[in-house]
Design a protein around this ligand. Sequence first.
Ligand code: TDO
Length: 177
Amino acid sequence: MLQTSKWTVSGAIKDPKSITAEWSPINMALIDGVQVKEVKNVIKNNGHLTEIYRMDWALDDLSVDQIFQVSLNPNGISAWHAHEVTTDKIFVTSGSIKVVLYDGREGSPTYGKINEFRCGALRPMLIVIPPKIWHGIQNYTSEPGALLNIVDKAYQYDDPDHWRLPSDSPEIPYTFQ
Ligand SMILES: Cc1cn([C@H]2C[C@H](O)[C@@H](COP(=O)(O)OP(=O)(O)O[C@H]3O[C@@H](C)C(=O)[C@@H](O)[C@H]3O)O2)c(=O)[nH]c1=O
């Protein structure tokens, strides 16, 4: 590196690499079984179109049994959720929402791993969350946000496939800031 005269000041720290050439965070090795399908908005004269889900993306061979929407108030947090047999396919459709995953499956090759995605209108993507993966969402903006959840097993009113942990559970090595 070219030696230059001293120009920094005490305490200055040089940035490490933080992003790949495809504009993804560098430490984003996915939890085993998690898939991400990034899409691009089609901008039209009168707005834009965004594909949410296609069977021919061939992400898995699961059916679509139900789609529901979750809105998240500004600065809202909804965490932690897990399902034993249901796969969540989450797509943030408005605002910007952080989607955080944690692999608590003992024996998994990515046991203990966290994935954090910032997604929404600015960076549209479908996140496939296999069963038994803990997940939480945070609207870290002051604007409303919403997501669609495409599931392969519809919500069972009498016996929900849904486990919860508090958003600040020490069991999951993640802190919502
Ligand atoms: C999922 C669902 C819930 N409900 C009811 C059950 C409950 O009284 C109320 C809130 O449901 P939940 O507690 O599951 O909602 P919520 O706590 O927002 O959980 C949701 O958060 C996102 C991030 C997820 O990952 C999903 O697991 C989904 O369950 O809505 C339905 O009527 N239909 C449904 O399809």
